[in-house]
Write a protein that binds this ligand. Structure first.
Ligand code: URA
Length: 239
């Protein structure tokens, strides 16, 4: 890759600004000053420094966020804060985007990446990637609901969902449940409960395929996925 492209991709300025930076002699590749913007570098094998500081280059970034309520799962919006606004600038330069959407009021696991291929595979309806949600429901959730979800329920637009695996964690005037679904229809969890006459009052995604929400992340916090988590995601095949 050309050195000017690498530096521009990393957010060190426009191609023109990066050219100036190179001219100033601030950039070295394996200890040799590089002034030519056209010079090619291999970020995997060569060490690039700017004013003596090593520059880490990676093509893809994979972040796990504990999405807070009140923030949109989008890259930009005129009115509301987005999950991308919550990222440090050094992560924003990779131009990542959220993989799928959580509603504005939904919390929990959100994968944010610039790896379009991976995102596509995880979101493809053909792949049936399971997503598990924890929810609080406004009334008693019953074994009948468990059976209905296992068959699939008919949503307000007439669509019959694929089977959902509903577990009752605590049943009472309000119930705690976990629901695993393999689709991603608009407001799906809320509409599945609506189909059985109940209302979701709190919703949190706790897993997506092989990825589980890191419970040490506070709402609005995020971290890079470990190499192992990235591998798990890339190799993930639903049986
Ligand atoms: N189902 C919903 O209803 N909302 C979400 O944010 C995710 C799944």
């Amino acid at each position: 890759m050309r050195i000017d492209k690498m530096l521009a991709n990393l957010g060190y300025g426009s191609r023109k600004e990066v050219k100036q930076l190179l001219k100033s002699g601030a950039v070295k590749v394996d200890d040799a000053v590089v002034k030519d913007a056209k010079q090619h570098v291999n970020p995997e094998t060569e060490i690039v420094t700017l004013n003596g500081e090593i520059i880490e280059y990676k093509e893809f970034i994979y972040l796990m966020m504990n999405k807070p309520p009140g923030v949109l799962s989008a890259t930009e919006d005129n009115n509301d804060e987005t999950v991308i606004d919550l990222l440090e600038l050094e992560d924003q330069v990779y131009e990542p985007f959220p993989v799928g959407r959580l509603d504005k009021d939904t919390e929990g696991l959100l994968l944010i990446t610039n790896d379009g291929q991976l995102a596509h595979r995880l979101l493809s309806p053909k792949k049936h990637v399971p997503k598990t949600y924890f929810a609080v429901i406004d009334q008693e959730v019953t074994i009948e609901d468990v059976k209905a979800f296992a068959q699939g329920v008919v949503l307000d637009d007439g669509y019959k969902t694929k089977p959902g695996d509903l577990k009752i964690l605590k049943s009472g005037i309000r119930s705690d449940i976990e629901l695993t679904i393999t689709e991603g229809k608009f407001h799906q969890v809320k509409r599945m409960f609506q189909a059985v006459g109940k209302r979701v009052v709190y919703l949190q995604r706790i897993s997506m395929g092989p990825l589980a929400l890191d419970e040490t992340l506070e709402l609005g916090e995020y971290r890079e996925l470990t190499d192992e988590e990235v591998e798990l995601l890339k190799e993930y095949q639903v049986k």
